[in-house]
Design a protein around this ligand. Structure first.
Ligand SMILES: NC(=O)c1ccc[n+]([C@@H]2O[C@H](COP(=O)([O-])OP(=O)(O)OC[C@H]3O[C@@H](n4cnc5c(N)ncnc54)[C@H](OP(=O)(O)O)[C@@H]3O)[C@@H](O)[C@H]2O)c1
Length: 247
């Protein structure tokens, strides 16, 4: 797919799915801005990609202050965005009985509020005809023990994305949801014990975890002209995880 001279912003892209997607867009010719909270992780990401078409933005997009840093960087570039990939996310898995207010607020602020207001603040910077992709999760559909807050954030995100698709259609902006199943990333490794990786792999029809590059290629598809009649919907890339759970 060719994204030459297209402008792409990816939030939460210093590692994992976001970083793999940044690499894929760079390889397809795009100018790419990536954001995350950690300057050192962003430096490592920039070194790994090693391409002048990549720019980094240090920003915590769980707060309005952090979002304004992203907005100012895009405004200062003088470019309109062709692709906005709202991907930053955190997960803490605890039973309801043990969930703290801090866990609840951190996940809702990062996974829901941050994306809502990033979209809002960047609306003037989106090109007409742009594509917006939200990273959700299969957990928005599944009801796994210990995932109440994280799953609720992704469910909320899906509804925001669906309504955004309707509101932005008049500008020919398409908005879609990408729901990965279990994908081997630093985020997954930090959120579950080592032994859970095998359990998650065994819970997919394909009997393996996904690779971040497999999610990246789905984002590029959704952002491309090949998906020109797709908006307001969810694409699941999960190795058959949801379907297999129903067997
Ligand atoms: N891996 C999976 O199995 C899986 C499955 C379904 C959905 N997802 C979703 O996929 C997305 C990416 O996750 P991942 O697995 O690739 O994990 P990851 O490697 O931990 O990546 C998460 C990224 O988000 C950034 N981030 C976290 N909080 C942020 C904040 N407040 N502001 C800005 N950036 C922030 C992190 O960088 P900093 O720490 O530097 O901020 C990092 O770059 C998330 O939305 C996650 O919920 C993952």
């Amino acid at each position: 797919m060719d994204f030459t001279n297209k402008n792409v912003l990816i939030t939460g892209a210093s590692t994992g799915i976001g970083l793999a997607t940044a690499k894929a867009f760079i390889n397809a010719g795009a100018n790419v801005w990536i954001s995350s909270r950690s300057a050192s992780k962003l430096q490592d990401a920039a070194a790994a990609i090693n391409d002048r078409k990549l720019k980094t933005i240090v920003s915590d997009t769980s707060s309005l202050e952090g979002i304004s840093v992203v907005e100012q960087a895009i405004a200062a570039s003088g470019n309109k965005l062709d692709v906005l990939f709202l991907n930053a996310g955190i997960a803490t898995f605890t039973p309801i009985a043990q969930t703290t207010e801090a866990d609840f607020d951190a996940q809702f602020n990062t996974n829901v509020k941050g994306h809502y207001f990033t979209l809002q603040k960047l609306l003037p910077h989106l090109a007409d005809g742009a594509s917006v992709v939200f990273t959700s999760s299969t957990v928005a559909t599944a009801s796994n023990l210990g995932t109440s807050v994280y799953s609720a954030t992704k469910g909320a995100l899906n509804k925001i994305a669906q309504i955004a698709a309707n509101e932005l259609a008049e500008r020919k902006i398409r908005v879609n949801i990408l729901s990965p199943g279990p994908v081997l990333t630093p985020g997954l490794e930090g959120a579950v014990p080592v032994e859970a990786k095998g359990v998650l792999a065994a819970a997919t029809a394909m009997q393996r975890l996904g690779d971040p590059s497999e999610i990246a290629s789905t984002v590029l598809f959704l952002a491309s002209e090949a998906a020109s009649f797709i908006t307001g919907t969810e694409i699941v890339a999960d190795g058959g995880y949801l379907n297999y759970a129903m067997k």
